[in-house]
Design a protein around this ligand. Structure first.
Ligand SMILES: Cc1cc2nc3c(=O)[nH]c(=O)nc-3n(C[C@H](O)[C@H](O)[C@H](O)COP(=O)(O)OP(=O)(O)OC[C@H]3O[C@@H](n4cnc5c(N)ncnc54)[C@H](O)[C@@H]3O)c2cc1C
Length: 454
């Protein structure tokens, strides 16, 4: 007999690792256990990095030396990717030491930081000076360099992903040379969402905006019919909107998360919206979980960095025992995507912890998952059981592939590499740029060979 949604959730909850203890991310942690290789595991502890050697240079000159001497080398950011995009069997360079503020230019509205800085650190520093970045991902623990490499995103009809904040980059290329690129330079659009294929990013210059406050509200009990009938209306309700759902027919656990900018958006939170009721307590994206790890809701005004992510910096985010996948589909196909996924509720019931549906503004970054068109992003937090997840993922991909789905670079997919490559019209130009900056393929790895170089 299938468990009911609530009892299934209770089961999943009891299966998660320990309690959500105080958490600062794993960057830079060197494993004590030699069976975990030179580098250790990714955040989800779903794989061990295969690198033979782990370097943690303190200065750019040391970093250049490692790059120059290595035959093959990869950068490691905050370890939050579920895919093996950062992995290598050769040299790996941890970048978390490059986490300093380089300069804040209030007049030109930019901040330059080391690529190893976490968004949580960047946010505090910016807020003190009265500034913000326009959007954040669901968690503040990831590093700027890793996030822009994979086109990490938040939500919002008018919000591009985090890579679109990049105004300039400094990178160490294959021969240990320093290259700088800024918006407006030829090839810049190819160099931002770079998948770690161009070199070691040392510094990133980002667009900033004046700091702003946000009120967050959650509405619980959205039915699939209401979601499909009112998709545009729901997503235009606030600056950033997410819908969390388990795709089951019972609308009881499907929730709309609204993040309103306090200035510039007039909003009076009604008691009911699209058939969903305003929550009278703080909730977790998985409604039956403890909300202690989540950013405050119920309309309590707070700074942008403490409301745009769903999870607080001080805690281990999300559910801790999980795998993740995500697919980007042209916004034109949002309703078709929802219909298809809702039709898969039987296949998803036992393996899915929660899905999140977000919108992302289209951009012109060649390898960005939002290249060319506004997107709807269908995210899946799975149980940590790869054989069962792989089977469910095949069903999801079969439904979303015909809609032109692009998988998230940092999450899990079983999509055919040729199908994935066909989604990127600028792939030939990107390969040309890689060949120019890294002619010997020093920054290639198995993941890039499979999905990018073919
Ligand atoms: C709990 C959780 C929640 C998440 N939420 C979101 C979300 O809301 N939105 C979303 O889009 N994604 C989300 N992700 C995915 C995550 O944002 C991406 O996988 C991101 O790439 C992780 O960044 P990282 O710093 O951990 O980089 P890593 O995973 O360590 O590396 C990612 C890539 O960047 C490269 N890289 C890192 N630093 C450098 C550098 N200095 N120079 C060159 N290359 C570099 C690596 O080589 C690799 O190719 C989530 C992941 C987790 C675990």
């Amino acid at each position: 007999m299938k468990p009911s949604p609530v009892s299934r959730r209770q089961f999943l909850k009891s299966a998660t690792v320990a309690s959500l203890a105080s958490y600062g991310g794993l960057s830079g942690k060197v494993p004590a256990d030699p069976s975990q290789g030179a580098v250790g595991q990714n955040w989800a502890e779903s794989f061990t990095y295969g690198a033979a050697r782990f370097h943690q240079p303190e200065t750019i000159d040391e970093l250049r030396k490692v790059v120059r001497r290595s035959r093959r080398v990869k950068a490691l950011g905050g370890r939050h990717s579920f895919s093996r995009i950062a992995d290598t069997d050769a040299d790996m360079i941890g970048t978390s030491q490059f986490n300093r503020l380089i300069g804040l230019d209030a007049k030109n509205r930019t901040v330059s930081v080391g690529a190893g800085m976490k968004y949580g650190e960047l946010a505090k520093l910016l807020h003190k000076e009265g500034f913000a970045v326009h959007n954040l991902a669901s968690l503040p623990h990831i590093q700027v360099g890793g996030a822009v490499a994979t086109a990490t995103h938040g939500s919002g009809d008018g919000n591009g992903n985090l890579a679109t904040q990049v105004r300039g980059l400094e990178l160490v290329t294959a021969e240990g040379e320093i290259t700088r690129l800024k918006r407006g330079d030829g090839n810049f659009e190819g160099a931002v969402a770079h998948l770690g294929a161009l070199g070691l990013i040392t510094n990133v210059t980002l667009d900033i905006v004046p700091a702003f406050d946000v009120r967050q509200y959650v509405y619980i009990g959205l039915s699939p019919d209401q979601l499909m009938a009112n998709f545009d209306a729901i997503y235009s309700t606030a600056y950033s909107v997410s819908v969390f759902t388990d795709w089951q027919s019972d609308p009881g656990l499907t929730a709309i998360w609204l993040k309103h900018k306090v200035a510039g958006e007039r909003f009076h939170a009604p008691v009911e919206m699209f058939g969903a009721k305003r929550a009278d307590r703080h909730v977790h994206p998985i409604v039956t979980y403890d909300a202690e790890v989540c950013t405050p809701q119920m309309g309590v005004v707070g700074p942008w960095y403490n409301r745009l992510p769903h999870f607080l910096m001080e805690f281990r985010p999300s559910t801790a025992a999980e795998l993740q996948s995500e697919f980007f589909v042209s916004r034109r196909h949002a309703k078709a995507g929802i219909r298809e996924l809702h039709g898969l509720r039987g296949e998803l019931a036992e393996v899915l912890q929660i899905s999140e549906i977000r919108t992302v503004k289209g951009d012109d970054l060649w390898m960005s998952t939002a290249y060319g068109e506004d997107q709807v992003a269908f995210h899946f937090t799975w149980i940590k059981d790869w054989p069962r997840v792989r089977a469910a993922l095949a069903h999801v991909e079969k439904k979303l592939e015909p809609l032109g789905a692009r998988p998230h670079w940092g999450k899990l997919t079983t999509m055919r590499p040729e199908a994935l490559r066909a989604r990127y019209p600028k792939l030939p130009e990107f390969r040309g740029l890689v060949a120019q900056l890294d002619p010997s393929g020093k920054f290639h790895n198995d993941y890039l060979k499979k999905y990018v170089f073919g």
